[in-house]
Structures are given as C-alpha cells and as structure tokens.
Design a protein around this ligand. Structure first.
Ligand code: ATP
Length: 495
C-alpha cells in the first residue's frame, strides 16, 4: 500500500508494508531501494526544501538522521552529494572522503567546490539538466582525483590490456575504465579513498606481523588476516600473494577500484588500501560469522533454517541489484558463489570478493571478454560460449546459489551418483517429477509448504536458464523473493 507520494519536482516515493514491522519495501521513483538509500534521498530532498512528512522521517530514518554532518564541511558535502544524489549513488568518492577525512577543508577542495556549486545550481534550475544529472556528476567527480594526484602510467595502460582493439571486441569506453589514477598512485601512502589510514608498521602491528594465528582464509588472490586496529576496530586485511603479484596486478586494482565505490549493507565494505613496495593490501570490514558454504556444510554448529536461507537469498539479491543498477557504474560481480557470501552474527549476508569483478557498461549491455573468469559450476553457459558478459551471468550464478541454499548440495558434487552430480540438472529433473520435498536440504529438518518450495525452485531454475533472455533481472528476483517470504511467513503462522 502506498503511504505517500510527493510532487514530481522532488521525485516520488512510496513504502509498501509487509506483515511484519521492519520489513517494509521502500521505493523511490518506482525503483525498489533499501532503507538506507531511501533515507539518504529523503534527507537530500529535505535539504532542497521539499516537503517530507515528519512521521516518515521519524519512523524510518531516525537513526540515519543522527549521522553527523560535520560542521564546516556541510556545504561542500551537500553540494557535491546533492548533484550525485541519484538513488543508490549515495556515497561518492568525494562524499566518502569528506565524511572520513578529519582535516579541515583544503584550499584545493574549496577551489573545486565553487565550480561544483555553480554547476549544480544550474542543475537544480534547468529541467533538461535533471535527466543528465548522473552524467554531470561523473564529470565533476572524475576530475577530482586528477587534481589531487599525478597520473599513473600503469593505470592508463590497463584499458588497452583488457580490451584489445580486435573487431570482435567492444572498444575501450571511458565509462568502463574510469580515469581515477589517484586510487592507484604508486605513492607509499595509503590511498586517500579509504577511511582507514595505516602505514606498514601499523599494519604489521595490527596483524602481528601477518601472524598465522590471525589468518582467516586463503583465496586465489592471497591470504586474508583478521586484524585489530589501535582504536579497537576489527577488520579483514587481504594480502596479495607475492608470487602471483604481477598476474594479480590488474585484478587487484580492479578490486580496489570497485570496492571503493560501494556502500551497501549486503556488500562487504571497503575500508582502506595500502600500497608499499611489493605489498598490496586491501582493508575491508570484518564479517564475523564465516561463509555461507561453511554454514551449509554444518561447520558452524547451528544449521540454517528455511527463513534464514530465504533472508540470505534476499540479501544477496539486494547486493547484486545494487551492483547492477545503482552503483556509480554498473558492476558485474562474476564470481557469485557460496564461499563468497559472508554472514554476520545475525545471519545477514554480505557479498564479498570483487577480485573478479569488472565494470559493466549501461550503454552497450554486453562486453566481450578476453578470458572467461568465474568458478566452475556457477559459470553462465552463454558467457562461456560467447565470452559476452552481462548482468545475467550473475543471475545465472545466483540461480545456482539458490539451488545450493535450498538443497545444501554443492553445484557440482562428484561423490554423488552420475545423474545427481550436477545439482541444477538434478533439481530440474526432480522439479518436473514434482518431488519437491526430496530436494530440500536433509539437514534442515523442517517441513515447508509445497507452494513455497515450488516458487523457490521455480525461481532458481528460471535464474539458471541456459539462455540469458529467459532469466529475470536481479531486481525482479529480489522482489519475487520478498513475495515468497511474505507467503512463507503467512503459511508459517497458519501452520
Ligand atoms: N571480510 C572478511 N571477513 C571475514 N572473513 C573473510 C573476509 N574476507 C575473506 N574472509 C575469509 O577468507 C577466506 C578467503 O577469502 P578470499 O576472498 O580471499 O577467497 P575465496 O573467495 O574463498 O576464494 P577466491 O578468491 O579464490 O574465489 C574466505 O573464504 C573467508 O573465510
């Protein structure tokens, strides 16, 4: 049900109410967004003197409104932030830097703020500019890092490395590889985008000299350590493995580039970046409760119940929707899998590992890659065949993940009888035989309403359709999962 609508000049909003409080759906200009973006957008509109009913802000946005707007910095933050306040683009590099940088406004920043103010004042009064607001904000923002640091030749080379000029391939586009050289400055100092500023001796202290006792995992990229910063904050530090350093260079930078732009509760947050000599370290938020795969394997004690599995699926769908639709530039994750889904103490999911991710391009919809990357079992067959990467490749992987969440089975399990080894094929067959309950993870020990099961498996199968045109987009997937969850909660109450 629609709560309220605002005049066109301020955009339109509505809130749909589900049965249980705390699970409302927020829409801005017809798009489903999470509460955080909803409130940030409202706040932006409030600052523009649009009428916002008090009860809406009090009810849904109180905690957000308590976020400090730093005195003396407010005007720059507001001007730049406002010009960039498209739904989902709530955090910009400039915005983030303002929020975290504890020093007072620097002359260079003021020098940028003045033209930005004129540009954005113009944006506010000229209707034609409104439609182009996002593009203009890109221009303003992409200039900013150049004014701060010198250009790295390595960064300039990467576009041609990734997209050789063969007629088969999509030509390099400024949208795809944005000019943000300061992020990869070869300076030994910490990258300025990160909110945590550490030098190598502080890193060494925080990780106890990369002590094996603080090692929390190992991936293709390198080793991950848990670290405690001097202020007590616990973070994860990913350390690139030296022997793979040159091979990982582009990937590493791609990871830094992408993470720095992302701010969503269902995506692991990037906190800082260290470049020093042959060390490349990414500091991210520490997500304490292990990977989804570990939980499905029963390695964490308690077995995930159906509702938790449903919520985890919704969280992943929201994280991916953000990457596909609302990030500053479209991002295709490319490596969605259960070991890349990290869980919080309250079993909320965060999508991790953007090492394989690359920027998408909203304009041409497909990219032709030089090599197929991803993990066996989750790889989109159409991408493998054509080398064309689209957001639907993530949808495919999500379908495989959903089947994994429901059945508990790995996507490929060679220990199973031959006709059960590829989980999605087995699911498809069982689905056609209408043997739904037989597919459910035996560890779950719950009887779930058949209608709910049908909807869940149906969604997994549609996401993993062999042809991408038959797959829903991630936003639709999230909405369908919400609907299923409502049905589930109702059936649970009845049952
Ligand atoms: N931010 C984090 N918080 C807590 N644990 C983490 C974090 N990031 C990674 N880990 C742990 O470290 C392990 C390795 O992570 P990493 O992302 O490097 O590799 P992976 O995703 O398992 O493998 P690959 O990168 O080859 O796909 C994860 O499985 C997880 O257990």
């Amino acid at each position: 049900s629609e709560l309220w609508k605002h005049g066109k000049a301020c955009g339109t909003y509505h809130i749909s109410h589900l049965d249980d409080p705390g699970h409302e759906l927020f829409h801005i200009d017809g798009k489903l967004v999470d509460r955080y973006f909803f409130c940030k957008t409202l706040r932006g509109y409030h600052e523009r003197h649009c009428f916002i009913p008090e009860n809406i802000r009090d009810r849904y946005c109180q905690s957000l409104d308590k976020l400090p707007l730093l005195a003396g910095r407010k005007s720059l933050k507001t001007v730049v932030g406002e010009g960039y306040s498209e739904v989902g683009n709530d955090k910009t590099s400039v915005d983030r830097k303002n929020e975290y940088d504890d020093s007072i406004l620097k002359p260079k920043m003021l020098a940028m703020a003045v033209p930005a103010f004129f540009l954005l004042s113009c944006a506010f009064f000229c209707p034609c500019f409104q439609a182009r607001k996002r593009e203009a904000a890109h221009t303003v923002l992409s200039k900013e890092p150049i004014s701060m640091d010198s250009i790295s030749s390595l960064e300039m080379n990467s576009a041609s490395e990734k997209f050789p000029g063969s007629p088969m391939r999509v030509p390099p586009s400024p949208m795809r590889v944005p000019p943000s050289p300061s992020r990869f400055s070869m300076s030994p100092k910490l990258n300025r985008l990160g909110s945590i500023h550490l030098n190598m001796s502080q890193v060494a202290r925080a990780t106890n000299n990369f002590s094996p006792s603080l090692r929390i995992g190992e991936g293709g990229f390198g080793t991950v350590y848990k670290a405690e910063l001097p202020d007590g904050q616990v973070v994860a530090i990913k350390r690139a493995r030296k022997e793979h350093f040159s091979a990982l260079h582009t990937e590493f930078r791609s990871e830094v580039e992408l993470l720095a732009k992302i701010d969503h509760r269902n995506l692991v947050k990037h906190l800082g970046y260290v470049e020093k000599g042959m060390e490349r370290l990414i500091i991210t938020e520490y997500v304490p409760n292990g990977t989804l795969r570990e939980h499905l394997d029963g390695l964490k004690g308690k077995i995930l119940d159906f509702n938790q599995r449903l919520e985890i699926s919704i969280d992943v769908a929201h994280g991916l929707t953000y990457l596909h639709l609302y990030a500053e530039k479209q991002i295709i994750h490319r490596d969605i899998k259960s070991s890349n889904i990290l869980l919080t103490e309250s079993y909320r999911a965060k999508v991790a590992d953007f090492g394989f991710a690359r920027l998408g391009d909203d304009s041409d919809k497909t990219h032709v890659s030089t090599k197929v990357k991803g993990t066996v079992g989750y790889l989109d067959p159409e991408y493998m065949r054509t080398y064309q990467l689209t957001t639907k490749s993530d949808v495919y992987s999500f379908g495989i993940l959903l089947a994994e969440i429901l059945t508990g089975r790995r996507p490929v399990d060679l220990k199973k009888p031959p006709d059960e080894r590829v989980t999605i094929k087995w699911v498809f067959r069982k689905y056609n035989e209408r043997r739904f309950a037989e597919m459910v993870d035996p560890l779950m020990n719950e009887s779930i309403n058949e209608e709910i099961l049908v909807k869940m498996f149906d969604l997994a199968i549609r996401c993993a359709a062999p042809t991408r045109a038959d797959r829903p987009d991630m936003k639709a997937v999230g909405e369908q999962l919400w609907g299923i969850r409502m049905d589930y909660l109702r059936s649970d109450r009845r049952g």
